[in-house]
Design a protein around this ligand. Structure first.
Ligand code: CP
Length: 376
């Protein structure tokens, strides 16, 4: 509900009270007060202080050294390393990044810092959003998006590649097909490693942006019923997201073909933390109660037996008819890429949040880079 009489832009900050988010074309209300001062200097962004509160808790983006933050000089390897307070801080900084981008586009918070982007697997969003994130913060990149054109093709080991890149870069973002590769890299590295997906293991920065999306779209995470649909066995994004959601008061529904169910170890891990979990036989069973529907593609590249892939591919598709049976304020998410699980016809539905989710990813990755490099 807009308590202000004057119109405000998407996520525009206002001095007192309520921030309304028209970005999603639905009204999401968060309590907040934001102040920015001294941020114009000959067209360059040189803010001296930005404070932002979300639901009464303040954070500061001081635009100086900040070496006492929870992520300073830390690798980001797994969502298991985050506390509820860490998440709140990351989301507050991401909110601030969003406002800064909306107001000035880019600013030199990380000027002089270099990010190495080392991807052993294909990526559009994760690699591009990290590149956009460091560039919008005034830093630069070493892009190795195609390891077959690097010395990896000559047989160089991961530890040697990491030890080489850290000679040039301040932080390394790594995607690798093997579970545990990011942890291995971090063992050898003196600089922080950010896990951008390690096989069927984890994709922690995706889970952070997923959670940020839920927060931005709904206004809160607590109280949500989140239904995960699709390849819950090989989908690393759902593994990370389920773990992060376990820090909140949520209910998790799992809907997957028999072959692709959520791993029993992960279900047991969350059971141990008293998370409400329900294995549904079909989406119809849970759709009406769902606040967030998180759809994933079947991960063809993870199947040892392609006959099994053929047996399950196309077994679920979200269509306008599906949406007609969902809550009017349900949030429809997908980490993307999609390969048919959500019909293009759903894209115009205001509940379809997956392309906004992509954008939120850049703000979260800007926040992570700034925090890891001691600037927020
Ligand atoms: N969601 C995600 O990880 O997308 P990319 O594979 O394109 O990076």
């Amino acid at each position: 509900m807009n308590r202000e009489s004057t119109p405000i832009r998407s996520n525009e900050f206002i001095r007192f009270g309520i921030t309304c988010d028209f970005h999603s074309r639905r009204l999401v209300v968060t309590l907040g007060v934001t102040k920015i001062r001294g941020f114009q200097n000959g067209g360059k962004m040189t803010p001296t202080l930005l404070t932002n509160t979300r639901n009464g808790r303040a954070t500061h983006l001081p635009f100086g050294e900040k070496r006492d933050g929870p992520l300073f000089n830390q690798s980001i390897l797994s969502v298991k390393q985050f506390s509820h307070d860490d998440l709140e801080t990351i989301f507050q900084v991401a909110d601030e990044m969003r406002m800064m981008v909306e107001r000035v586009g880019s600013f030199d918070l990380l000027k002089g810092k270099v990010l190495a982007v080392l991807f052993y697997e294909p990526s559009t969003r994760t690699s591009s959003s990290f590149i956009a994130a460091i560039q919008r913060l005034g830093g630069s990149i070493i892009p190795i998006n195609e390891v077959k054109y690097s010395s990896v093709a000559k047989g160089e080991s991961l530890p040697d590649t990491i030890r080489t890149l850290e000679a040039y870069a301040d932080v390394i973002v790594l995607r690798h097909p093997e579970t545990g590769a990011a942890a291995l890299a971090a063992k050898y590295a003196r600089k922080p490693i950010i896990n951008a997906g390690d096989g069927v293991g984890e994709h922690p920065t995706q889970a952070l942006l997923d959670l940020f999306t839920i927060l931005e779209e709904r206004g809160s995470i607590d109280g949500a019923t989140v239904t995960m649909l699709g390849d819950l066995k090989y989908g690393r994004t759902v593994h990370s997201l389920a773990r992060l959601l376990s820090l909140y008061n949520v209910k998790l529904n799992y809907v997957a073909p028999e072959l692709l169910r959520m791993p029993a170890e992960l279900v047991a891990e969350l059971d141990g933390r008293d998370v409400k979990q329900y294995q549904a036989e079909s989406l119809d069973q849970v759709l009406g109660d769902t606040d967030v529907l998180y759809v994933t593609r079947v991960q063809k590249e993870r199947f040892a037996n392609l006959d099994e892939y053929e047996a399950v591919k196309g077994s679920y598709v979200i269509t306008p008819e599906t949406m007609s049976r969902a809550k009017p304020n349900m949030v429809l998410m997908h980490p993307l890429p999609r390969v048919g699980e959500i019909s293009d016809q759903v894209d115009r539905d205001p509940r379809a949040a997956y392309f906004r989710q992509v954008e939120y990813g850049m703000y979260v990755r800007m926040a992570l880079l700034a925090m890891v490099l001691g600037k927020a």
